[in-house]
Design a protein around this ligand. Structure first.
Ligand SMILES: [Zn+2]
Length: 216
């Protein structure tokens, strides 16, 4: 089974849901760099303190620090059964460093699961999202309508559209995503690690398809 996984996909493609399903089904450790920073800083580790010194000065944490932290993280026992890396790498130098460190600790990346999505469809999906102002329940104008237009089924609160869910903002986000991600997808395709999945199928179908592939 393939169990050392990088998960990639544009905003709104269902990455969060898939990550949760895979994590539970295969007992993988879900690793996001944001959580990793918070844990290290909270725990006062040497790398956490170093990262904090950059953040406190208003700088980005340099790649070397992130990569060293990631190396420690992936070497931990809970990653022995496999890990799901989310939000990293974002650049080619990061991908190269990850390749080196994961080989070094003998836990090489085995597959890059990429959620492919037609931008037009993604925009349709996301711009139809509505959220209850009171309880946060999610709705969709086409696929998950409330019983009464604009009113939450659970609490009667008003439904609204998040400011960054509008079509213009989404187009910009997606263009950035495609532009930033393309080189990485090429990098992993060259290494025959890239596996594309159509994220426009239902989340259960997507999960089944990815599971089947990982189980090969
Ligand atoms: Zn509500």
């Amino acid at each position: 089974m393939l169990k050392n996984i990088i998960l990639m996909g544009p905003p709104g493609a269902g990455k969060g849901t898939l990550a949760k399903q895979l994590k539970h089904a295969f007992h993988l450790t879900h690793i996001s760099t944001g959580d990793m920073f918070r844990e290290n800083i909270k725990g006062g580790t040497p790398l956490g303190l170093l990262a904090k010194s950059f953040i406190d000065q208003g700088h980005l944490v340099p790649d070397e620090v992130t990569i060293e932290m990631l190396k420690e993280r992936l070497a931990k026992d809970d990653c022995a059964n496999g890990f799901l890396l989310d939000g990293f790498p974002r650049t080619i130098p990061q991908a190269e460093a990850l390749e080196n460190l994961s080989t070094e600790i003998n836990r090489p990346i085995q597959v890059v699961v990429n959620l492919d999505c037609d931008n037009q469809e993604l925009i349709r999906r996301i711009s139809g999202r509505r959220v209850c102002k009171n309880c946060g329940a999610p709705y969709h104008v086409d696929t998950m309508k409330p019983k009464v237009d604009g009113v939450c089924d659970f609490c009667g609160g008003p439904l609204y559209q998040r400011a960054d869910d509008n079509e213009e903002a989404l187009k910009i986000r997606l263009d950035h995503y495609v532009h930033d991600t393309k080189p990485l997808l090429d990098f992993y395709a060259q290494r025959e690690l890239l596996e594309n999945f159509d994220s426009l199928q239902g989340s259960q179908e997507l999960f089944n398809q990815v599971s089947q592939f990982l189980n090969k």
